[in-house]
Design a protein around this ligand. Structure first.
Ligand SMILES: C[S@@+](CC[C@H](N)C(=O)[O-])C[C@H]1O[C@@H](n2cnc3c(N)ncnc32)[C@H](O)[C@@H]1O
Length: 470
């Protein structure tokens, strides 16, 4: 399956999206100019989110009303109060009919391991410009058989992404993942030449099934000697090296970078690793940040590096969410009010309350449902109790201190993630929050998508210039 010639009546920048979740990555890429022809996910609620947004694309007010009515009658919305239902209607009705996201996308629900690459094509002769996605990809630390001890069942899902890229041969791929891949210690398997000492990183599949006694190392790619052997080294960032190597084996040139969504206009600190691959080995420039960390935020965000930017300051939670008042509390005192990360084990001793005059912490899939606004703050006694919890100790000895608070609504979570407020989310509250927390903020995806399209167009223009002057 290769795609050297473009077919004229097809979208210029056709996208196949894997692990699509709530569609954050796709929404941003479509804003940048991509057109999703296929989106896939294994989770039924996420697929229903994608299907319904596709249905709502371009709907006029009457159609919108019908579709929202139909959606709100579903079982998962039974528990919404009358007020919440009203709010749900309110925000979805704001969807402009010009919003056509996912309009042409085929939604495939299923385990990617069981979906043949051909099925992902919009037609047998489709010309895929890009494959994009963020597989759940816990860094896989151990090589060989012992992997079962510490590798989750999803440890090799990235390889499905590699498989699809290899089969569809898109011009570009956009691989998104957790920053941890860049630093987690990982066993890396090398075949080492006893003659010229050349080292070659082993195929991922060999590494996964590696058993020192039975495997034979391949001949040296440099001097051709058969005097080679295996070596396993535990290396920081080994997962990233292994993943990149698999794409390079397919002939792609890869660039990787960790980007912070706050640097691109999200009111949220969210660092994500992107690997961009070009089949034609085109040069690629990373998007330039539009926002930067102001001095005042350094107190709680001192662990984080902001990229250089001469732009506007980071957007704050207050400005993005509550500057015009809060649904329940009305105007809130930004000195006292805090975002409270309730009952969640926070990584790296991160605080459990955050001032509103800064971006929110990363909204994790498992945390988003537990984010709350505490309009008059959280008493110290409760914080101490929470801090105990964050260090992994059991709660229970000290009773909780009553704290006035309310959980963030779907709309507030959507806004922190830079989705439009009218994006439809399917499922129970936990399922909806999970989908939002899993998403790539569309503003970040859009910036990356634009950079890819610019790289492609710059290459094509330079080719035209050369052709015209020949
Ligand atoms: C990190 S989320 C992707 C979020 C998405 N990129 C967005 O921006 O909204 C990973 C997704 O992979 C899906 N997934 C997990 N295992 C899968 C599998 N075996 N096949 C297909 N999708 C899978 C999950 O349901 C989840 O929605």
């Amino acid at each position: 399956m290769t795609n050297s010639a473009r077919i004229p009546d097809r979208p210029r920048f056709e996208l196949v999206s894997l692990f699509a979740g709530a569609g954050g990555l796709d929404l941003g890429l479509e804003r940048a100019g991509f057109v999703a022809s296929t989106v896939t996910d294994i989770e039924p609620p996420a697929c229903e989110t994608l299907r319904r947004n596709k249905k709502l694309a371009g709907a006029d007010t009457a159609q919108l009303l019908g579709l929202i009515e139909e959606a709100s009658a579903q079982r998962c919305f039974n528990r919404l109060s009358a007020e919440e239902k009203d709010w749900f209607f309110h925000r979805l009705l704001e969807r402009p009919s010009s919003a056509k996201y996912l309009a042409t996308a085929k939604v495939i629900e299923g385990d990617i391991r069981e979906i043949p690459s051909e099925e992902l094509l919009s037609s047998p002769d489709a010309n895929v410009f890009a494959v994009a996605g963020g597989p759940p990809c816990q860094p896989f630390s151990k090589a060989g058989k012992q992997k079962a001890l510490d590798c989750t069942k999803n440890g090799d899902l990235f390889y499905e992404f590699v498989r699809v890229v290899g089969d569809l041969q898109p011009n570009w791929f956009i691989f998104e993942n957790v920053k941890g891949i860049t630093f987690t210690p990982t066993d890396v398997l090398y075949s080492v030449c006893g003659i010229c000492c050349e080292e070659e990183l082993a195929d991922f599949k060999i590494r996964q099934n590696f058993a020192v006694q039975s495997a034979t190392a391949p001949k040296c790619g440099s001097c051709g000697s058969g005097d080679t052997g295996w070596q396993v080294r535990n290396e920081r960032g080994g997962s990233l090296r292994i993943i990149k190597r698999e794409f390079e084996r397919l002939g792609y040139k890869c660039e990787e970078k960790v980007l912070n969504a706050a640097d691109f206009g999200a009111p949220q600190i969210r660092e994500r690793l992107f690997i961009i691959g070009s089949r034609e080995h085109l040069s690629f420039d990373w998007p330039i940040p539009t926002n930067q960390r102001p001095q005042s935020v350094s107190k709680q965000a001192s662990l984080l590096d902001s990229a250089d930017s001469d732009g506007k300051p980071w957007r704050t939670m207050y400005d993005a969410l509550w500057a015009e008042g809060h649904q329940e509390y009305g105007s809130i005192d930004r000195e006292k009010a805090v975002l409270w990360v309730k009952n969640v084990v926070r990584p790296h001793d991160e605080p459990v309350t955050w001032h509103l005059d800064r971006p929110s912490p990363t909204i994790g899939a498992h945390q988003s449902a537990k984010l709350a606004l505490a309009p008059i703050g959280v008493p110290e006694a409760q914080l101490t109790r929470q801090q105990w919890h964050t260090r992994g100790r059991r709660q229970g000895d000290i009773p909780p201190v009553p704290v006035e608070h309310c959980y963030l609504s779907d709309e507030e979570l959507l806004r922190l993630q830079t989705f439009p407020r009218w994006w439809y989310l399917h499922g129970t509250r936990m399922q909806r929050a999970f989908q939002i927390g899993n998403a790539v903020p569309p503003v970040l995806a859009e910036a990356v998508g634009r950079a890819v399209i610019e790289a492609q167009l710059a290459y094509e223009q330079s080719n035209e210039v050369v052709a015209a002057s020949a």
